[in-house]
Design a protein around this ligand. Structure first.
Ligand SMILES: Cc1cc2nc3c(=O)[nH]c(=O)nc-3n(C[C@H](O)[C@H](O)[C@H](O)COP(=O)(O)O)c2cc1C
Length: 198
């Protein structure tokens, strides 16, 4: 059977045009288009035959702005512990951790560490680490599919783990179940230039 070169060309073009988007138009995103992105994400592969992750949508802009405030406040605390001569660099680096603040939608990829091998080999730290890393690798595949699906719909997106420096505060704000962790925050919306096109 021949390779499907049309499929490859389409995928390559999407991968090539995808760039992290950090400035969003305020045009709201329909639930339907967000669902299209999630539908693709849900097809992601997963380690150990266990689909222990989910994607949640946050579209309440007050919550999104509060999340940015929370991350900023946490970075301010961290900054006090940064070497004085590096504080300015830290400050400008940390600005990227709140790039989601103008996004109309945040997708939260969440995962749960479900011990299996580490139960069988109780106390083996190497196995426990391997198991946890597997779940993080699985959730990263989910994020990648979200980014490609977003680009295929001409949406802007940015996968962000910087905000997770304030993981516990964000988990409380987003009401993430105790057994779960946030893998990434993915800002989603129309790219800013869309506004100019009406
Ligand atoms: C795991 C991961 C975490 C990231 N975290 C952030 C982040 O916290 N803030 C941000 O602005 N960009 C973040 N990015 C986006 C990267 O900065 C971006 O992908 C990289 O600079 C390459 O640029 P491009 O996506 O436009 O090709 C992250 C990307 C990945 C894969």
């Amino acid at each position: 059977m021949d390779c499907d070169s049309a499929g490859y060309a389409a995928l390559k073009s999407i991968a090539q045009s995808r760039k992290s988007c950090r400035t969003f138009s305020q045009k709201p995103l329909d639930a339907e288009i967000v669902q299209k992105v999630i539908d693709v994400a849900m097809l992601s592969p997963y380690a150990s035959g266990r689909k222990n992750w989910t994607v949640r949508t946050v579209r309440d802009c007050e919550t999104i702005v509060s999340a940015a405030g929370l991350v900023q406040a946490h970075c301010k605390i961290l900054s006090a512990g940064v070497r004085e001569d590096m504080r300015d660099s830290f400050k400008s680096y940390a600005e990227n951790f709140v790039a989601f603040k103008t996004a109309p939608v945040l997708l939260l990829t969440e995962f749960r560490v479900m011990p299996a091998l580490s139960l069988m080999l109780a106390g083996n730290q190497e196995i426990a680490r391997w198991e946890r890393e597997n779940f993080i690798k699985s959730i990263s595949c989910v994020s990648m599919l979200i980014l490609l699906a977003a680009e295929s719909l001409n949406l802007g997106a940015c996968c962000m783990t910087g905000p997770l420096l304030a993981h516990d505060g964000l988990a409380r704000l987003f009401k993430v179940k105790e057994s779960r962790e946030i893998g990434a925050l993915i800002a989603l919306g129309y790219k800013e230039q869309e506004k100019d096109n009406g």
